[in-house]
Design a protein around this ligand. Sequence first.
Ligand SMILES: *[C@@H]1O[C@H](CO)[C@@H](O)[C@H](O)[C@H]1NC(C)=O
Ligand SMILES: *[C@@H]1O[C@H](CO)[C@@H](O)[C@H](O)[C@H]1NC(C)=O
Ligand SMILES: *[C@@H]1O[C@H](CO)[C@@H](O)[C@H](O)[C@H]1NC(C)=O
Ligand SMILES: *[C@@H]1O[C@H](CO)[C@@H](O)[C@H](O)[C@H]1NC(C)=O
Ligand SMILES: *[C@@H]1O[C@H](CO)[C@@H](O)[C@H](O)[C@H]1NC(C)=O
Ligand SMILES: *[C@@H]1O[C@H](CO)[C@@H](O)[C@H](O)[C@H]1NC(C)=O
Length: 435
Amino acid sequence: MIWGKSFIFLFQICGTLEKHFQGQFPLTQNVTVVEGGTANLTCRVDQNDNTSLQWSNPAQQTLYFDDKKALRDNRIELVRASWHELSISVSDVSLSDEGQYTCSLFTMPVKTSKAFLTVLGVPEKPQISGFISPVIEGERMQLTCKTSGSKPAADIRWFKNDKEIKDVKYLKEEDANRRTFTVSSTLDFRVDRSDDGAVVSCRVDHESLNSTPQIAMQVLEIHYTPSVKIIPSSSWPEEGQLIVLTCESKGKPLPEPVLWTKDGGELPDPERMVVNGRDLTISFLNKTDNGTYRCEATNPIGQNSTEYVLIVHDVSNTLLPTTVIPSLTTATVTTTVALTTSTTTSATGISSTRDPNALLGQTGPDHAVIGGIVAVVVFVTLCSIILLGRYLARHKGTYLTNEAKGAEDAPDADTAIINAEGSQVNAEEKKEYFI
Ligand SMILES: *[C@@H]1O[C@H](CO)[C@@H](O)[C@H](O)[C@H]1NC(C)=O
Ligand SMILES: *[C@@H]1O[C@H](CO)[C@@H](O)[C@H](O)[C@H]1NC(C)=O
Ligand SMILES: *[C@@H]1O[C@H](CO)[C@@H](O)[C@H](O)[C@H]1NC(C)=O
Ligand SMILES: *[C@@H]1O[C@H](CO)[C@@H](O)[C@H](O)[C@H]1NC(C)=O
Ligand SMILES: *[C@@H]1O[C@H](CO)[C@@H](O)[C@H](O)[C@H]1NC(C)=O
Ligand SMILES: *[C@@H]1O[C@H](CO)[C@@H](O)[C@H](O)[C@H]1NC(C)=O
Protein backbone atom coordinates (compact mmCIF):
# COMPACT_ATOMS: atom_id res chain seq x y z
CA MET A 1 0.00 0.00 0.00
CA ILE A 2 2.68 2.46 1.06
CA TRP A 3 4.69 1.60 -2.00
CA GLY A 4 1.64 2.05 -4.20
CA LYS A 5 0.98 5.49 -2.74
CA SER A 6 4.61 6.43 -3.21
CA PHE A 7 4.39 5.35 -6.82
CA ILE A 8 1.33 7.49 -7.38
CA PHE A 9 3.14 10.40 -5.81
CA LEU A 10 6.18 9.81 -8.00
CA PHE A 11 3.97 9.60 -11.02
CA GLN A 12 2.37 12.90 -10.26
CA ILE A 13 5.82 14.50 -10.15
CA CYS A 14 7.31 12.84 -13.18
CA GLY A 15 4.15 12.98 -15.32
CA THR A 16 4.33 11.52 -18.80
CA LEU A 17 7.82 10.07 -18.42
CA GLU A 18 6.57 7.43 -16.10
CA LYS A 19 3.18 7.14 -17.76
CA HIS A 20 3.44 3.65 -19.23
CA PHE A 21 5.00 2.14 -16.21
CA GLN A 22 3.81 3.50 -12.83
CA GLY A 23 0.47 5.24 -13.71
CA GLN A 24 -1.33 2.05 -14.56
CA PHE A 25 -2.88 1.46 -11.20
CA PRO A 26 -6.46 0.51 -10.24
CA LEU A 27 -7.95 2.65 -7.45
CA THR A 28 -11.02 1.68 -5.39
CA GLN A 29 -12.81 2.77 -2.21
CA ASN A 30 -14.55 0.91 0.58
CA VAL A 31 -18.34 1.14 0.43
CA THR A 32 -20.94 1.03 3.20
CA VAL A 33 -24.56 0.43 2.31
CA VAL A 34 -27.76 -0.20 4.22
CA GLU A 35 -29.36 -3.59 3.67
CA GLY A 36 -31.70 -3.36 0.69
CA GLY A 37 -29.88 -0.35 -0.73
CA THR A 38 -27.65 0.02 -3.77
CA ALA A 39 -23.85 -0.10 -3.66
CA ASN A 40 -21.68 1.49 -6.36
CA LEU A 41 -18.28 -0.11 -6.86
CA THR A 42 -15.94 2.16 -8.77
CA CYS A 43 -12.50 1.29 -10.08
CA ARG A 44 -10.37 3.99 -11.76
CA VAL A 45 -7.08 3.93 -13.64
CA ASP A 46 -5.59 7.33 -14.30
CA GLN A 47 -3.31 6.29 -17.13
CA ASN A 48 -4.26 3.21 -19.10
CA ASP A 49 -2.96 1.85 -22.36
CA ASN A 50 -6.21 0.06 -23.18
CA THR A 51 -5.58 -2.75 -20.68
CA SER A 52 -8.72 -4.61 -19.53
CA LEU A 53 -10.38 -4.09 -16.10
CA GLN A 54 -12.39 -6.60 -14.10
CA TRP A 55 -14.56 -6.65 -10.95
CA SER A 56 -14.89 -9.89 -8.97
CA ASN A 57 -16.88 -10.68 -5.83
CA PRO A 58 -15.69 -12.07 -2.44
CA ALA A 59 -16.18 -15.62 -3.83
CA GLN A 60 -13.70 -14.72 -6.62
CA GLN A 61 -16.44 -14.87 -9.26
CA THR A 62 -16.02 -12.39 -12.09
CA LEU A 63 -18.87 -9.88 -12.20
CA TYR A 64 -17.79 -7.71 -15.12
CA PHE A 65 -14.90 -7.94 -17.54
CA ASP A 66 -14.68 -4.51 -19.14
CA ASP A 67 -18.26 -3.87 -20.28
CA LYS A 68 -19.14 -7.56 -20.48
CA LYS A 69 -21.34 -9.08 -17.78
CA ALA A 70 -19.93 -12.35 -16.45
CA LEU A 71 -22.22 -13.40 -13.59
CA ARG A 72 -25.92 -13.93 -13.99
CA ASP A 73 -27.32 -11.71 -11.27
CA ASN A 74 -29.72 -9.02 -12.38
CA ARG A 75 -29.06 -6.97 -9.25
CA ILE A 76 -25.61 -6.24 -10.68
CA GLU A 77 -25.44 -3.64 -13.43
CA LEU A 78 -22.83 -1.73 -15.35
CA VAL A 79 -22.63 1.96 -14.50
CA ARG A 80 -19.67 3.01 -16.64
CA ALA A 81 -16.97 1.24 -18.62
CA SER A 82 -14.04 3.08 -20.23
CA TRP A 83 -10.25 2.67 -20.36
CA HIS A 84 -10.13 4.80 -17.22
CA GLU A 85 -13.02 3.44 -15.23
CA LEU A 86 -15.07 0.35 -14.57
CA SER A 87 -18.05 1.06 -12.30
CA ILE A 88 -20.78 -1.36 -11.40
CA SER A 89 -23.77 -1.18 -9.04
CA VAL A 90 -25.29 -3.86 -6.83
CA SER A 91 -28.92 -3.15 -5.95
CA ASP A 92 -31.06 -4.68 -3.20
CA VAL A 93 -27.93 -5.48 -1.24
CA SER A 94 -28.27 -8.30 1.26
CA LEU A 95 -26.11 -9.06 4.28
CA SER A 96 -24.51 -11.94 2.36
CA ASP A 97 -23.17 -9.49 -0.23
CA GLU A 98 -20.75 -8.18 2.36
CA GLY A 99 -17.07 -8.83 1.77
CA GLN A 100 -14.02 -7.91 -0.20
CA TYR A 101 -14.51 -7.08 -3.90
CA THR A 102 -11.52 -6.96 -6.19
CA CYS A 103 -10.76 -4.76 -9.17
CA SER A 104 -8.02 -6.21 -11.41
CA LEU A 105 -6.03 -4.45 -14.14
CA PHE A 106 -4.65 -7.04 -16.57
CA THR A 107 -1.16 -5.68 -16.96
CA MET A 108 1.82 -7.98 -16.72
CA PRO A 109 1.76 -8.80 -13.83
CA VAL A 110 -1.88 -8.21 -12.91
CA LYS A 111 -2.48 -5.29 -10.51
CA THR A 112 -5.41 -5.38 -8.07
CA SER A 113 -7.23 -3.13 -5.64
CA LYS A 114 -9.64 -4.28 -2.96
CA ALA A 115 -12.86 -2.62 -1.88
CA PHE A 116 -14.66 -3.78 1.21
CA LEU A 117 -18.44 -3.70 0.98
CA THR A 118 -20.03 -3.27 4.42
CA VAL A 119 -23.74 -4.00 4.71
CA LEU A 120 -25.60 -2.47 7.69
CA GLY A 121 -28.43 -4.46 9.24
CA VAL A 122 -31.43 -2.22 10.00
CA PRO A 123 -32.92 -2.77 13.47
CA GLU A 124 -36.53 -3.84 13.47
CA LYS A 125 -39.12 -1.69 15.16
CA PRO A 126 -38.56 -2.16 18.89
CA GLN A 127 -41.14 -3.98 20.97
CA ILE A 128 -41.84 -3.36 24.65
CA SER A 129 -42.86 -6.42 26.64
CA GLY A 130 -43.81 -6.90 30.28
CA PHE A 131 -46.24 -4.01 30.25
CA ILE A 132 -49.18 -4.35 32.63
CA SER A 133 -51.95 -1.83 33.03
CA PRO A 134 -53.01 -0.66 35.48
CA VAL A 135 -50.37 -1.22 38.15
CA ILE A 136 -50.88 -0.40 41.80
CA GLU A 137 -48.61 2.17 43.38
CA GLY A 138 -45.59 0.59 45.05
CA GLU A 139 -45.47 -2.43 42.78
CA ARG A 140 -42.55 -3.15 40.49
CA MET A 141 -42.73 -2.92 36.77
CA GLN A 142 -40.32 -4.63 34.43
CA LEU A 143 -40.32 -3.43 30.88
CA THR A 144 -38.15 -5.06 28.26
CA CYS A 145 -37.44 -3.44 24.94
CA LYS A 146 -36.12 -5.61 22.17
CA THR A 147 -35.03 -5.16 18.58
CA SER A 148 -33.52 -7.69 16.17
CA GLY A 149 -31.64 -7.44 12.92
CA SER A 150 -29.15 -4.71 13.68
CA LYS A 151 -25.60 -4.84 12.38
CA PRO A 152 -23.61 -3.62 14.14
CA ALA A 153 -25.61 -4.01 17.36
CA ALA A 154 -28.02 -1.12 17.90
CA ASP A 155 -28.12 1.14 20.92
CA ILE A 156 -31.17 1.17 23.20
CA ARG A 157 -32.08 4.08 25.50
CA TRP A 158 -35.00 4.58 27.84
CA PHE A 159 -36.90 7.77 28.51
CA LYS A 160 -39.66 8.68 30.92
CA ASN A 161 -41.47 11.81 29.74
CA ASP A 162 -38.46 12.72 27.59
CA LYS A 163 -36.08 12.43 30.52
CA GLU A 164 -33.47 9.76 30.00
CA ILE A 165 -33.21 6.88 32.44
CA LYS A 166 -29.56 5.96 32.67
CA ASP A 167 -27.74 2.75 33.51
CA VAL A 168 -30.31 0.26 32.34
CA LYS A 169 -29.22 -3.35 31.78
CA TYR A 170 -28.35 -4.05 28.15
CA LEU A 171 -28.12 -7.45 26.47
CA LYS A 172 -26.73 -8.28 23.03
CA GLU A 173 -27.22 -11.62 21.24
CA GLU A 174 -26.24 -12.81 17.82
CA ASP A 175 -29.16 -13.60 15.52
CA ALA A 176 -29.54 -16.99 13.84
CA ASN A 177 -28.04 -15.65 10.60
CA ARG A 178 -24.85 -15.03 12.62
CA ARG A 179 -24.52 -11.62 11.06
CA THR A 180 -27.00 -9.42 12.88
CA PHE A 181 -27.84 -8.89 16.55
CA THR A 182 -30.84 -8.84 18.82
CA VAL A 183 -30.41 -6.28 21.54
CA SER A 184 -32.64 -5.87 24.56
CA SER A 185 -32.79 -3.73 27.65
CA THR A 186 -34.84 -4.22 30.80
CA LEU A 187 -36.12 -1.37 32.88
CA ASP A 188 -37.03 -2.42 36.40
CA PHE A 189 -38.63 0.16 38.66
CA ARG A 190 -41.13 0.71 41.46
CA VAL A 191 -44.05 2.80 40.34
CA ASP A 192 -45.63 5.64 42.27
CA ARG A 193 -48.55 7.98 41.66
CA SER A 194 -46.38 10.48 39.84
CA ASP A 195 -45.86 7.84 37.14
CA ASP A 196 -49.55 7.83 36.31
CA GLY A 197 -49.90 9.03 32.75
CA ALA A 198 -46.13 9.06 32.20
CA VAL A 199 -44.89 8.09 28.77
CA VAL A 200 -42.12 5.54 28.83
CA SER A 201 -40.30 5.20 25.56
CA CYS A 202 -37.57 2.95 24.27
CA ARG A 203 -35.41 4.55 21.63
CA VAL A 204 -33.24 2.64 19.20
CA ASP A 205 -30.42 4.51 17.54
CA HIS A 206 -28.43 3.05 14.68
CA GLU A 207 -26.22 4.31 11.91
CA SER A 208 -28.57 2.77 9.34
CA LEU A 209 -31.48 4.91 10.56
CA ASN A 210 -30.26 8.25 9.20
CA SER A 211 -30.57 9.86 12.65
CA THR A 212 -34.31 9.17 12.85
CA PRO A 213 -34.47 6.67 15.72
CA GLN A 214 -37.03 3.91 16.05
CA ILE A 215 -39.23 4.48 19.09
CA ALA A 216 -41.66 2.31 21.03
CA MET A 217 -43.85 3.94 23.69
CA GLN A 218 -46.09 2.95 26.57
CA VAL A 219 -48.28 5.18 28.67
CA LEU A 220 -48.34 4.05 32.30
CA GLU A 221 -51.49 3.80 34.32
CA ILE A 222 -50.96 3.68 38.05
CA HIS A 223 -53.72 3.13 40.58
CA TYR A 224 -53.32 4.60 44.04
CA THR A 225 -55.17 5.23 47.29
CA PRO A 226 -57.09 8.46 47.73
CA SER A 227 -55.67 11.53 49.38
CA VAL A 228 -58.11 13.96 50.95
CA LYS A 229 -58.10 17.57 52.02
CA ILE A 230 -60.91 19.75 53.41
CA ILE A 231 -61.11 23.33 52.22
CA PRO A 232 -63.54 25.57 54.18
CA SER A 233 -65.16 28.51 52.40
CA SER A 234 -64.63 30.71 55.44
CA SER A 235 -61.96 30.73 58.11
CA TRP A 236 -64.12 32.59 60.64
CA PRO A 237 -67.56 31.02 60.57
CA GLU A 238 -70.09 33.05 62.52
CA GLU A 239 -73.55 32.22 63.77
CA GLY A 240 -76.25 32.54 61.14
CA GLN A 241 -73.73 32.43 58.26
CA LEU A 242 -73.24 29.70 55.70
CA ILE A 243 -70.12 27.55 55.32
CA VAL A 244 -69.13 25.23 52.49
CA LEU A 245 -66.60 22.51 53.28
CA THR A 246 -65.05 21.12 50.10
CA CYS A 247 -63.52 17.69 50.32
CA GLU A 248 -60.80 17.69 47.74
CA SER A 249 -60.02 14.06 47.03
CA LYS A 250 -57.58 12.62 44.56
CA GLY A 251 -56.90 9.03 43.74
CA LYS A 252 -57.07 6.59 40.90
CA PRO A 253 -59.70 5.41 40.23
CA LEU A 254 -61.25 8.68 41.42
CA PRO A 255 -62.99 8.16 44.77
CA GLU A 256 -66.61 9.06 44.28
CA PRO A 257 -68.70 9.86 46.20
CA VAL A 258 -67.07 10.99 49.41
CA LEU A 259 -68.64 10.32 52.81
CA TRP A 260 -69.28 13.16 55.28
CA THR A 261 -69.80 12.51 58.98
CA LYS A 262 -69.91 14.63 62.13
CA ASP A 263 -68.33 13.48 65.41
CA GLY A 264 -68.29 9.90 64.17
CA GLY A 265 -71.98 9.80 63.28
CA GLU A 266 -74.37 10.88 60.60
CA LEU A 267 -74.91 14.55 59.86
CA PRO A 268 -77.42 15.59 62.56
CA ASP A 269 -79.44 18.16 60.64
CA PRO A 270 -80.03 17.16 56.99
CA GLU A 271 -82.19 20.26 56.51
CA ARG A 272 -79.27 22.62 57.00
CA MET A 273 -76.39 20.26 56.20
CA VAL A 274 -76.51 19.43 52.53
CA VAL A 275 -73.98 17.24 50.73
CA ASN A 276 -73.63 17.93 47.06
CA GLY A 277 -70.89 15.93 45.39
CA ARG A 278 -67.75 16.71 47.41
CA ASP A 279 -69.20 19.77 49.12
CA LEU A 280 -70.89 19.92 52.50
CA THR A 281 -72.90 23.09 52.89
CA ILE A 282 -74.09 24.11 56.35
CA SER A 283 -76.50 27.02 56.31
CA PHE A 284 -77.62 29.21 59.27
CA LEU A 285 -74.66 28.19 61.41
CA ASN A 286 -75.53 27.62 65.04
CA LYS A 287 -73.19 27.07 67.98
CA THR A 288 -74.57 23.55 68.23
CA ASP A 289 -72.86 22.86 64.89
CA ASN A 290 -69.45 22.94 66.65
CA GLY A 291 -67.70 19.64 66.15
CA THR A 292 -65.40 17.48 64.08
CA TYR A 293 -66.44 16.95 60.48
CA ARG A 294 -64.85 14.09 58.63
CA CYS A 295 -64.58 13.41 54.94
CA GLU A 296 -63.80 9.89 53.87
CA ALA A 297 -62.82 8.85 50.35
CA THR A 298 -62.69 5.27 49.17
CA ASN A 299 -61.60 3.66 45.93
CA PRO A 300 -60.81 0.01 45.09
CA ILE A 301 -57.20 0.52 46.24
CA GLY A 302 -57.93 1.91 49.66
CA GLN A 303 -59.41 4.52 51.91
CA ASN A 304 -58.32 7.82 53.38
CA SER A 305 -59.96 10.49 55.47
CA THR A 306 -59.36 13.86 57.01
CA GLU A 307 -61.08 16.00 59.62
CA TYR A 308 -62.07 19.60 60.10
CA VAL A 309 -62.94 21.10 63.46
CA LEU A 310 -65.74 23.63 63.14
CA ILE A 311 -66.08 26.34 65.76
CA VAL A 312 -69.00 28.68 65.26
CA HIS A 313 -68.19 32.14 66.53
CA ASP A 314 -70.46 34.85 67.88
CA VAL A 315 -71.62 37.41 65.38
CA SER A 316 -68.92 40.07 65.51
CA ASN A 317 -70.12 43.53 66.58
CA THR A 318 -67.02 45.39 65.51
CA LEU A 319 -68.14 48.27 63.36
CA LEU A 320 -65.79 49.52 60.74
CA PRO A 321 -65.28 53.29 61.29
CA THR A 322 -66.33 54.26 57.77
CA THR A 323 -68.59 57.18 58.85
CA VAL A 324 -66.45 58.86 61.54
CA ILE A 325 -64.59 61.43 59.47
CA PRO A 326 -64.95 61.75 55.70
CA SER A 327 -61.21 62.31 55.24
CA LEU A 328 -60.68 58.75 56.58
CA THR A 329 -62.06 57.02 53.49
CA THR A 330 -58.61 56.17 52.18
CA ALA A 331 -57.51 54.63 55.46
CA THR A 332 -60.68 52.52 55.65
CA VAL A 333 -60.19 51.15 52.16
CA THR A 334 -56.65 50.14 53.00
CA THR A 335 -57.63 48.26 56.14
CA THR A 336 -60.44 46.44 54.34
CA VAL A 337 -57.93 45.13 51.85
CA ALA A 338 -55.67 43.99 54.68
CA LEU A 339 -58.59 42.14 56.24
CA THR A 340 -59.41 40.26 53.05
CA THR A 341 -55.79 39.19 52.57
CA SER A 342 -55.44 37.88 56.09
CA THR A 343 -58.66 35.88 55.71
CA THR A 344 -57.40 34.17 52.58
CA THR A 345 -54.11 33.25 54.17
CA SER A 346 -55.65 31.75 57.26
CA ALA A 347 -58.17 29.82 55.16
CA THR A 348 -55.38 27.92 53.42
CA GLY A 349 -53.64 27.38 56.74
CA ILE A 350 -56.74 25.75 58.21
CA SER A 351 -57.49 23.46 55.32
CA SER A 352 -54.15 21.74 55.61
CA THR A 353 -54.52 20.83 59.25
CA ARG A 354 -56.87 19.02 61.56
CA ASP A 355 -55.52 20.69 64.67
CA PRO A 356 -58.27 22.64 66.41
CA ASN A 357 -55.61 24.80 68.10
CA ALA A 358 -54.69 26.20 64.70
CA LEU A 359 -58.29 27.30 64.40
CA LEU A 360 -58.06 29.16 67.67
CA GLY A 361 -54.69 30.52 66.64
CA GLN A 362 -56.19 32.26 63.66
CA THR A 363 -58.11 34.66 65.90
CA GLY A 364 -54.69 36.32 66.38
CA PRO A 365 -54.40 37.98 62.96
CA ASP A 366 -58.08 39.11 63.03
CA HIS A 367 -57.67 40.77 66.40
CA ALA A 368 -54.50 42.36 65.12
CA VAL A 369 -56.41 43.79 62.17
CA ILE A 370 -59.17 45.17 64.40
CA GLY A 371 -56.48 46.63 66.66
CA GLY A 372 -54.93 48.24 63.60
CA ILE A 373 -58.22 49.79 62.55
CA VAL A 374 -58.77 51.19 66.03
CA ALA A 375 -55.24 52.62 66.03
CA VAL A 376 -55.84 54.31 62.67
CA VAL A 377 -59.15 55.75 63.87
CA VAL A 378 -57.60 57.08 67.05
CA PHE A 379 -54.72 58.56 65.13
CA VAL A 380 -56.94 60.30 62.59
CA THR A 381 -59.26 61.58 65.31
CA LEU A 382 -56.29 62.99 67.20
CA CYS A 383 -55.03 64.66 64.06
CA SER A 384 -58.41 66.19 63.40
CA ILE A 385 -58.62 67.53 66.94
CA ILE A 386 -55.15 69.03 66.67
CA LEU A 387 -55.97 70.63 63.30
CA LEU A 388 -59.23 72.03 64.64
CA GLY A 389 -57.49 73.31 67.73
CA ARG A 390 -54.85 75.07 65.68
CA TYR A 391 -57.46 76.64 63.42
CA LEU A 392 -59.36 78.05 66.39
CA ALA A 393 -56.21 79.25 68.05
CA ARG A 394 -55.09 81.15 64.95
CA HIS A 395 -58.36 83.12 64.55
CA LYS A 396 -58.60 83.86 68.20
CA GLY A 397 -55.06 85.20 68.05
CA THR A 398 -56.00 87.65 65.25
CA TYR A 399 -58.94 88.93 67.23
CA LEU A 400 -56.85 89.55 70.35
CA THR A 401 -54.20 91.38 68.36
CA ASN A 402 -56.79 93.74 66.87
CA GLU A 403 -58.19 94.51 70.29
CA ALA A 404 -54.72 95.22 71.66
CA LYS A 405 -53.92 97.47 68.69
CA GLY A 406 -56.92 99.72 69.43
CA ALA A 407 -55.82 100.02 73.02
CA GLU A 408 -52.18 100.73 72.26
CA ASP A 409 -52.89 103.63 69.90
CA ALA A 410 -54.93 105.51 72.55
CA PRO A 411 -53.23 108.30 74.55
CA ASP A 412 -55.29 107.52 77.68
CA ALA A 413 -57.55 104.84 79.07
CA ASP A 414 -60.82 106.43 77.90
CA THR A 415 -59.67 106.80 74.39
CA ALA A 416 -58.41 103.27 74.64
CA ILE A 417 -61.88 102.11 75.56
CA ILE A 418 -63.44 104.18 72.76
CA ASN A 419 -60.88 102.83 70.35
CA ALA A 420 -61.57 99.39 71.63
CA GLU A 421 -65.32 99.97 71.20
CA GLY A 422 -64.67 101.31 67.71
CA SER A 423 -62.79 98.19 66.91
CA GLN A 424 -65.79 96.21 68.06
CA VAL A 425 -67.03 96.38 64.49
CA ASN A 426 -63.91 94.40 63.58
CA ALA A 427 -64.53 92.07 66.48
CA GLU A 428 -68.06 91.44 65.26
CA GLU A 429 -66.69 90.67 61.83
CA LYS A 430 -64.33 88.18 63.43
CA LYS A 431 -67.16 86.67 65.41
CA GLU A 432 -69.05 86.03 62.23
CA TYR A 433 -66.20 83.76 61.22
CA PHE A 434 -67.04 81.55 64.17
CA ILE A 435 -70.76 81.28 63.45
C1 LIG B 1 -24.55 4.86 -7.98
O1 LIG B 1 -24.40 5.24 -9.35
C2 LIG B 1 -25.59 5.66 -9.96
C3 LIG B 1 -25.27 5.92 -11.40
O2 LIG B 1 -24.13 6.73 -11.55
C4 LIG B 1 -26.08 6.92 -9.26
O3 LIG B 1 -27.30 7.33 -9.85
C5 LIG B 1 -26.30 6.61 -7.81
O4 LIG B 1 -26.68 7.76 -7.13
C6 LIG B 1 -25.04 6.04 -7.20
N1 LIG B 1 -25.33 5.61 -5.85
C7 LIG B 1 -24.53 5.87 -4.82
C8 LIG B 1 -24.97 5.33 -3.50
O5 LIG B 1 -23.46 6.48 -4.93
C1 LIG C 1 -6.90 2.40 -27.17
O1 LIG C 1 -7.91 1.93 -28.04
C2 LIG C 1 -8.45 2.92 -28.85
C3 LIG C 1 -9.54 2.27 -29.69
O2 LIG C 1 -10.37 1.50 -28.89
C4 LIG C 1 -7.38 3.48 -29.74
O3 LIG C 1 -7.89 4.50 -30.55
C5 LIG C 1 -6.24 4.02 -28.87
O4 LIG C 1 -5.18 4.42 -29.68
C6 LIG C 1 -5.74 2.96 -27.94
N1 LIG C 1 -4.76 3.55 -27.04
C7 LIG C 1 -3.64 2.97 -26.72
C8 LIG C 1 -2.71 3.73 -25.80
O5 LIG C 1 -3.35 1.87 -27.13
C1 LIG D 1 -11.42 -1.00 3.81
O1 LIG D 1 -12.01 -1.98 4.65
C2 LIG D 1 -11.10 -2.95 5.11
C3 LIG D 1 -11.87 -4.01 5.86
O2 LIG D 1 -12.80 -3.42 6.73
C4 LIG D 1 -10.04 -2.27 5.96
O3 LIG D 1 -9.10 -3.21 6.42
C5 LIG D 1 -9.34 -1.20 5.15
O4 LIG D 1 -8.45 -0.49 5.94
C6 LIG D 1 -10.33 -0.25 4.56
N1 LIG D 1 -9.65 0.66 3.65
C7 LIG D 1 -9.88 1.94 3.63
C8 LIG D 1 -9.12 2.74 2.63
O5 LIG D 1 -10.67 2.47 4.41
C1 LIG E 1 -53.94 9.70 53.09
O1 LIG E 1 -53.68 10.92 52.44
C2 LIG E 1 -52.52 11.58 52.88
C3 LIG E 1 -52.42 12.88 52.15
O2 LIG E 1 -53.65 13.47 52.02
C4 LIG E 1 -51.33 10.70 52.61
O3 LIG E 1 -50.15 11.29 53.10
C5 LIG E 1 -51.52 9.36 53.27
O4 LIG E 1 -50.46 8.49 52.91
C6 LIG E 1 -52.81 8.73 52.83
N1 LIG E 1 -53.04 7.49 53.55
C7 LIG E 1 -53.18 6.34 52.91
C8 LIG E 1 -53.45 5.15 53.75
O5 LIG E 1 -53.11 6.26 51.70
C1 LIG F 1 -79.44 27.23 67.56
O1 LIG F 1 -80.06 26.00 67.84
C2 LIG F 1 -80.83 25.99 69.01
C3 LIG F 1 -81.31 24.59 69.30
O2 LIG F 1 -81.60 23.93 68.08
C4 LIG F 1 -81.98 26.97 68.83
O3 LIG F 1 -82.72 27.02 70.00
C5 LIG F 1 -81.39 28.34 68.52
O4 LIG F 1 -82.43 29.27 68.26
C6 LIG F 1 -80.48 28.30 67.38
N1 LIG F 1 -79.84 29.58 67.22
C7 LIG F 1 -79.80 30.22 66.04
C8 LIG F 1 -79.06 31.51 66.04
O5 LIG F 1 -80.32 29.78 65.02
C1 LIG G 1 -68.72 26.47 70.10
O1 LIG G 1 -67.43 27.02 70.12
C2 LIG G 1 -67.36 28.36 70.58
C3 LIG G 1 -65.96 28.84 70.42
O2 LIG G 1 -65.06 27.98 71.10
C4 LIG G 1 -67.83 28.41 72.02
O3 LIG G 1 -67.84 29.77 72.42
C5 LIG G 1 -69.21 27.84 72.10
O4 LIG G 1 -69.62 27.78 73.43
C6 LIG G 1 -69.25 26.44 71.50
N1 LIG G 1 -70.63 25.98 71.55
C7 LIG G 1 -70.94 24.73 71.82
C8 LIG G 1 -72.41 24.43 71.79
O5 LIG G 1 -70.09 23.90 72.09
